[in-house]
Ligand binder design. Structure first.
Ligand SMILES: Cc1cc2nc3c(=O)[nH]c(=O)nc-3n(C[C@H](O)[C@H](O)[C@H](O)COP(=O)(O)OP(=O)(O)OC[C@H]3O[C@@H](n4cnc5c(N)ncnc54)[C@H](O)[C@@H]3O)c2cc1C
Length: 412
């Protein structure tokens, strides 16, 4: 059996050819010579993530817990919510489109950033809204200048068909979709239909160049703690954006915005009978405090972690080591190959702090790490550190939390 497999592999190896983007010729994958992007001669480059250095807490575990409680209560809020530009006229300047997943709250960050990008180039934003999602008015408060309802078919394949048709008609310079299971399904199919370049999992967006040669440069976490800049060279530049990484804007006053609709065919090639995609995405994206657990936390102790999370009003996430072992769902994994969170405080318990994990929390306000190993990389990616066992610290913290919350509520 092995011999047959070995022979098959050897035969396959002889048939595998290595091709570069240049070998493939013109297309959305090509280096941006075809597009007037200013700076850079390829479709991506990387820069290193910003490092933090933990101030280690001394004293006994009770003193450390009291200090952690104070930090949890008093750590400053993340950067103030950005103000949205005023509404732009529909059809003015370059058009940006934002695809909003039905039934999700994590849409305003992308719409808000799209509004800011549109304002930079005198353009406008269209929100593409599915059935059962937010209405036109809500989309307007997040940054949209017009709302387009996708009616008819609602499975991803059908929605993608309608969105691609709308893009072919209206030619937006960019289309943003959420980096969720639904968003990836729709965006990938839509990109294939349009022949558009699609950047997956963007964590930030900026323009390069000027109208009419705008290039949407997307930041994307890559291994080694770096952030790569990636862009597409197609007419419609597409990106999926991680929920929770872009700051929520201050909502605009509710106002009527122009609406339209696009009809998705009901192909019935796919039927959805049941789904609960990406549970917890909205909650994790909006969490004020997030507790991350690693392999240093014994699953038998999860009830204690959950008690702490409940006391702090925190969401629970984990490293890949934990989710791969099946101790927590994959939807709770944070890092380069998973989700991002941007809480005011990230409390890392018994996790090594590898860059592949910490990239997912780089937008956290204050990072507090607890690890028995003083040389653990997490202390080079945290603001405050406790060298020690997480368990007694968590127990002592539970005693401190109500006092700390009271002090915060009293403005102390
Ligand atoms: C391509 C690629 C992509 C990846 N993507 C991701 C990703 O998206 N997200 C992710 O998380 N990982 C990712 N990983 C895996 C990542 O590199 C690490 O292997 C993983 O994050 C380690 O998980 P951990 O810190 O829980 O486990 P470990 O590395 O085993 O660390 C456990 C830590 O707990 C400490 N500890 C033990 N007992 C205690 C105690 N009682 N109290 C306090 N501290 C204690 C130890 O000192 C140790 O530092 C990826 C890896 C690759 C190769």
């Amino acid at each position: 059996m092995q011999g047959r497999a070995g022979r098959a592999l050897a035969e396959l190896a002889g048939r595998v050819r290595r091709l570069t983007a240049t070998d493939l010729g013109p297309g959305p994958w090509a280096p941006p010579a075809a597009r007037p992007a200013s700076g850079g001669s390829s479709g991506s480059h990387a820069r290193t993530a910003d490092a933090r250095t933990a101030a280690l807490l001394d004293g006994d575990v009770r003193t450390q817990a009291r200090r952690v409680a104070e930090i949890l209560a008093g750590a400053p809020a993340n950067a103030a919510a950005p103000e949205l530009p005023p509404h732009a006229d529909r059809g003015r300047g370059p058009l940006l489109a934002v695809l909003v997943e039905p039934g999700r709250r994590a849409g305003p960050g992308a719409a808000g950033r799209a509004a800011a990008l549109a304002a930079e180039v005198g353009g406008s934003v269209a929100a593409l809204l599915g059935a059962g999602g937010p209405g036109a008015c809500a989309a307007g408060t997040w940054g949209a200048d017009e709302a387009v309802f996708v009616v008819g078919g609602h499975v991803e394949e059908d929605v993608a068909c309608a969105v691609a048709q709308w893009c072919a008609d209206r030619l937006p310079v960019a289309l943003l979709a959420p980096a969720t299971s639904w968003g990836r399904e729709v965006a990938a199919r839509c990109a294939a239909r349009l022949g558009a370049g699609l950047v997956g999992d963007a964590t930030d967006l900026a323009w390069r160049g000027a109208v009419p040669g705008l290039t949407l440069v997307c930041a994307k976490p890559v291994a080694g703690g770096a952030s790569a800049e990636v862009w597409a060279t197609s007419a419609v530049q597409m990106a999926t954006v991680r929920p929770g990484v872009l700051p929520l804007p201050q909502p605009r006053p509710a106002e009527r915005i122009p609406t339209g609709r696009v009809v998705a065919p009901v192909t019935q090639r796919l039927l959805r009978t049941d789904s609960e995609p990406d549970p917890g995405v909205d909650e994790m994206a909006a969490a004020d405090v997030v507790i991350g657990v690693g392999r240093g936390v014994d699953p038998a102790d999860y009830p204690l972690v959950r008690e702490l999370a409940a006391a702090l009003g925190a969401e629970l996430v984990a490293t890949r080591a934990v989710t791969d072992a099946g101790h927590l769902p994959h939807s709770r994994q944070v890092g380069i190959t998973a989700r991002s969170v941007a809480p005011r405080v990230y409390l890392a318990l018994g996790l090594a702090g590898k860059s592949t994990h910490m990239l997912g929390v780089r937008r956290a306000g204050t990072v507090v790490a607890v690890n028995v190993d003083p040389s653990a990389p997490v202390f080079g990616a945290a603001d405050v550190g406790v060298v020690g066992d997480w368990r007694p610290l968590a127990v002592a913290l539970l005693d401190e939390v109500p006092a700390a919350s009271g002090a915060h509520a009293a403005g102390l």
